[in-house]
Structure formats: structure tokens, C-alpha cells
Design a binder for this molecule. Structure first.
Ligand SMILES: [Zn+2]
Length: 260
């Protein structure tokens, strides 16, 4: 009887041990799968967190440059690993649906002024290294006076969504309001879209020219004020060796494909 029990328990313990490795492998496989997905998206999440630190003045310029240097090659890899396709500037799209270059503020692009601007100054930056592109919204309700609809913000380029802010309230001192940063591997630049009423993409999303990313709004410290007509604030910032420096995108806007 004792021998019988011993044999029986050996059988069961052996049986149990045999099934164990399989179960562990399955668990490991699941963990590895979710880890590889997380860690790749994490590259974008890491950039978003870094961008927020820069925005809020919580990191030195030197440290931020070092981190951007490390992150950009990883973001490029992420873009191609996830099916990203590059589009040249000839295929770039004007960033407001239904609008073209005549909606750009100032005279012949005079709204652009990069002097006094440093990306690494974050929310306390000076200058205006951007073009404001205005919509028809006399009563400032974010709705186009002619179509009765919100105006879609379209991605000008291809790229990866690397940072954004979906929440903003009038008591916030954030200048950009609800904003989006997209990194384009072709031009090796960051595209910045600010003051949106609504952001419809997520960090890690891959976009192509003409994809809807947001709707034009009035979010942001100054954009919310009555003296400011409703507009998209748009910037192009090439990234070289971790340094983010604006470039005037006026010619690109003039030559961009208009989507009616
Ligand atoms: Zn602006």
C-alpha cells in the first residue's frame, strides 16, 4: 500500500513537473510580447515625458539634449518597425482642412519670429517661431462660420506622435493649450500643432500627410483671450544632435497640398 502511494505520488509530481515548464514558457511568452510592445511605445512615452519636463522647466538644457540624442534613433526605429512610410516635402499637406495659404497670419509670412526663442526654455519661451493659421470664427466658438463644423487639423508630414496634451482649462498658464508634437523621420524635424480644441491622436500613433490629428481651437494662455482670433499655431523644428531649433516653414506651407 505504501509503495503504491509512493509510486502514485511520484507519478503525479512528475506529471506536474512536466507541465510546469510549458506553463512558465507560456507566461514568459505573454510577458515578452507585452513587454516588447510596451518598450517600443515607451520610446514615444519617454519623449513625451521629457518634453513635459522641458515645458515645465524641470530639466537642464544639457540633460535634455543628451536624452533627445538617445531617443531620436529609437523613435526612427519605432516608426519603421511599425509600418511607417516616409513622405517627401512634395507630398506635404496644408495643416487645415478647407483652408490654404491665404489663411496664414501676417503679410507674406511676417508672423514668424524666431528671435528670443529657445525650445529648451519650455513654457517660458520668448519669440514666435511659428505661423498662426486663422479660421472663420467671428463668435469664437471654435466652429467654422461657413460650414457650421469644427475645422480639422491635418498632419502636414508623415511621422510619429511623440508628445501631446489633451487636457487644458482656462486657469492653466500653458501657452500651447492642447498641443501635439510629431517627429518626421524624412525631414528629421518636429512638427508642432497648438491651441487645439480636441486632440484625436495618441502618443505612439503613426501618421501620414493629411491624417486628421486634431480640431482647431482656442486653448492656451493667450489663444483663449478675446483679442486672439481662432487659429492653429504651427511650427517646424529640425532636430540635430539633440538640439531642437525652429526653421521657418513658410515656403513649405505655400507649396503644401491643400485639402478642400
Ligand atoms: Zn502662434
Amino acid at each position: 500500500m505504501q509503495i503504491y502511494i509512493l509510486i502514485l505520488s511520484l507519478f503525479f509530481s512528475t506529471g506536474f513537473d512536466c507541465s510546469k515548464p510549458g506553463k512558465i514558457q507560456d507566461v514568459e511568452k505573454i510577458q515578452n510580447n507585452s513587454m516588447s510592445k510596451d518598450s517600443s511605445t515607451n520610446v514615444c512615452v519617454e519623449f513625451d515625458e521629457l518634453n513635459t519636463k522641458v515645458r515645465d522647466g524641470e530639466i537642464s538644457k544639457k540633460d535634455a539634449i543628451e536624452q533627445i540624442k538617445i531617443l531620436i534613433p529609437k523613435i526612427k526605429k519605432y516608426f519603421f518597425d511599425n509600418g511607417g512610410k516616409e513622405y517627401t516635402y512634395k507630398e506635404w499637406v496644408f495643416p487645415l482642412k478647407g483652408y490654404g495659404p491665404s489663411a496664414i497670419g501676417g503679410k507674406n509670412g511676417s508672423g514668424y519670429n524666431a528671435s528670443g526663442y529657445d525650445y529648451f526654455d519650455g513654457n517660458k519661451h520668448g519669440g514666435h517661431p511659428a505661423h498662426d493659421i486663422f479660421i472663420n470664427d467671428r463668435n469664437q466658438d471654435d466652429i467654422d462660420d461657413y460650414t457650421g463644423e469644427p475645422v480639422d487639423v491635418l498632419s502636414m508630414s508623415s511621422g510619429v506622435v511623440v508628445a501631446l496634451e489633451k487636457e487644458w482649462s482656462p486657469d492653466s498658464d500653458l501657452k500651447g493649450g492642447k498641443y501635439i508634437w510629431i517627429y518626421d523621420t524624412y525631414s528629421e524635424s518636429l512638427f508642432y500643432y497648438a491651441h487645439n480644441r480636441k486632440v484625436v491622436v495618441n502618443v505612439g500613433d503613426i501618421v501620414k500627410p493629411g491624417d486628421k490629428i486634431a480640431e482647431v481651437g482656442r486653448t492656451g494662455l493667450n489663444a483663449y483671450k478675446k483679442r486672439s482670433p481662432t487659429h492653429l499655431h504651427f511650427s517646424l523644428m529640425p532636430v540635430k544632435d539633440g538640439v531642437v531649433k525652429p526653421e521657418n516653414p513658410y515656403e513649405d506651407l505655400i507649396n503644401a497640398r491643400v485639402i478642400r
